[in-house]
Design a protein around this ligand. Structure first.
Ligand SMILES: NC(=O)c1ccc[n+]([C@@H]2O[C@H](COP(=O)([O-])OP(=O)(O)OC[C@H]3O[C@@H](n4cnc5c(N)ncnc54)[C@H](OP(=O)(O)O)[C@@H]3O)[C@@H](O)[C@H]2O)c1
Length: 316
């Protein structure tokens, strides 16, 4: 244990960071040990990590000094922001700045920054194909992360920018599973026409991140992307039909209809799906499946993920 290198993990009680903790725990012969960062060391999730022998430390990404303490002595840091807790791209960028500065000051050798594209490189603000949101973003939860890529570079933190993908787990936890349509048949709503969406089991993000840390400095200063499979809405509906044992049809509403659904963040997600649809080839190409599998040989396909999780998808 003493000769293992520490990976300090932001979001260790969440999907991405939690996946990395589990990947490190599963890799008992491996070179790393996990240090879990959380705002609340007394939460049930934090206590569950401690019970598995994981070092759990208090840190808040809004508080750089707490991050410096939590990153001290670590070889690596996994950095992620929780956009859906506050819906603010500005705040994500400030949090990224705090993580980057803390990693630099703590002398962390390798940072992985969980990021997404700044869609304004493809759809500038004056392009009215989709509305501008929060005054200066097209897809706020993408653009803030993409803008923050350079924050890590400017801080001089040795960083790999990791482009993640749509979690299939959204079908369980984010209300995106199939729902009965007017005739009672299950409908899977994905406003992307017949374009393909890169998706991934959230747990596989952590396993891929471990693969990146294991490759040493190979990807420092680079952007890499990961996905488990690239699938159209119709292909996802067909896989759901098979896994659930009842028909699921693809409901390909236009993005403008999705934006009008009215739940918090519907406009951001509608723009995201429109971007994913209109730039699907590039978006998929940035997330090569063979590369992802080379980082994580256990990478799941959608069908494999459904085998394990279909029963957990709420259908009402
Ligand atoms: N859903 C998708 O399909 C998808 C795809 C790609 C990217 N993303 C991005 O993934 C990000 C969320 O990651 P996730 O899904 O892994 O998170 P999650 O499961 O929602 O959990 C949030 C994590 O962030 C931690 N956290 C939140 N605020 C914090 C703060 N101020 N200081 C320290 N830790 C804090 C929480 O830790 P404690 O509560 O223990 O402090 C928790 O571990 C979002 O930014 C989203 O845009 C999502």
């Amino acid at each position: 244990m003493a000769d293992k290198k520490i990976i300090a993990i932001v979001g260790a009680t969440g999907a991405q960071g939690g996946g990395l903790v589990r990947a490190i725990l599963d890799d008992r012969q491996g070179p790393f040990v996990a240090r879990a960062l959380t705002r609340d060391v007394s939460s049930d999730k934090a206590k569950a990590l401690a019970a598995q022998g994981v070092e759990v430390v208090a840190a808040d990404v809004d508080d750089q000094a707490s991050l410096e303490r939590a990153f001290a002595g670590a070889h690596g840091a996994f950095c992620v922001t929780a956009f859906w807790e506050h819906f603010s791209a500005e705040r994500e960028i400030a949090q990224a700045r705090a993580m980057a500065a803390a990693a630099k000051r703590a002398g962390v050798a390798h940072v992985i920054w969980s990021t997404l594209e700044d869609t304004r490189r493809w759809v500038p603000l004056d392009d009215d194909r989709m509305p501008t949101l929060q005054g200066k973003y097209k897809v706020p939860h993408f653009d803030g992360k993409g803008e923050a890529d350079r924050v890590f570079a400017e801080a001089g933190a040795p960083t790999t920018c990791l482009l993640t993908s749509f979690y299939w787990d959204n079908l369980i936890y984010f209300g995106m599973g199939p729902k009965p349509g007017a005739d009672g048949t299950l409908e899977f709503t994905l406003p992307m026409g017949d374009a393909k969406l890169p998706g991934i089991a959230a747990d596989d993000i952590g396993r891929c991140a471990l693969g990146i840390f294991k490759r040493g400095g190979e990807f420092v200063g680079k952007t890499v992307g990961i996905a488990g499979e690239h699938l159209s809405g119709a292909e996802m509906a067909a896989a759901l039909t098979k896994a659930l044992g009842r028909p699921v049809r693809h409901n390909a509403v236009p993005p403008e209809v999705f934006r009008s659904f009215g739940f918090p963040g519907a406009d951001d997600l509608g723009n995201m799906f429109q971007f994913n649809r209109d730039f699907s080839k590039e978006f998929c190409a940035a997330r090569d499946l063979n590369f992802s599998r080379s980082l994580n040989p256990a990478l799941q396909t959608f069908a494999a993920w459904l085998d394990r999780n279909a029963k957990r998808i709420p259908l009402e």
